[in-house]
Design a protein around this ligand. Sequence first.
Ligand code: ASP
Length: 312
Amino acid sequence: MKPALIVHGGAWDIPDEAVDACKSGCQRALGAGWTLLAGGGSALDAVEAAIMVLEDDPVFDAGYGSHLNLDGRVECDAIVMNGATLRSGAAATLQRVKNPIQLARKILENCPHMMLVAEGAERFAKEHGIKLCKPEELVSEAEQEAWMKCKADKHAAEHHRGHEQGTVGAVAIDRDGRLFAATSTGGTCCKLPGRVGDSPLIGCGCYADSEAGGVSCTGYGEAIMKIVMAKTAVDLLRSRVTCVDPIAAADACDLSSADLAAREAVHLLGKRTHATGGLILLDRHGNPGFAFNTPRMAYGYVALDGNFVIAV
Ligand code: ASP
């Protein structure tokens, strides 16, 4: 089967100054994942490699440069899911793991449970060869500055502007038809310590089923959880999508069923929760789809001719 790969770097009001950095991050993430897939590598290795690039890039809200919580600390969440077995590995509220996706993978492959949090997750990381970092090593100067402004002025919304979101995700299918989806985030700016959003929750921020497709979501976590958005989108891929979104219905003939499913899920998010967000997906044949109801989303995928399509 022909491999396929799609990535995202968050759906939000991305300011003009951040567009190039977001594009370049998506380009490098696609490059890292596609090099593996094109060489016959596994979809699991590809999503991990793509997400690590995005986690290491401070323009995104994952790993280094994540938003700080109310206490001024980074707390990261991540998940990776196997579409063949429906098994996921997830970790939440990590303060000392540089690349949370690596720990999610270790949990997927080596843990009897599917999700670990906080100290227990970090202990598991250490026991499985992941070196823990100091919490301060995950804090970027820009996020520290933004947090100081929030602190001095009661976390006013305008301080969050320009550094609002930027969760990252990837979905891949390899030559052998293996499908994996993954999501990694630092969560929302100035969240309460211990808060966990949609991102590491199976069915909410991520879902994969080889019989239908794989999805990674981004946006307002508390709303995405309400409609279990990733699983909803996968179920839309499974069924024939009926258009309730009038805009999608109007150009339905120009849209692939993958794009239609993505649009329907995001439409439902807006309709039932009045919140914003977006998602990327691959259907089981590897066709990419995406949708967002925010001003912008950073994303990229490998087109049929092998070219990278990157957009913000
Ligand atoms: N969904 C993430 C969360 O709520 C944030 C985001 O996607 O930007 O933690």
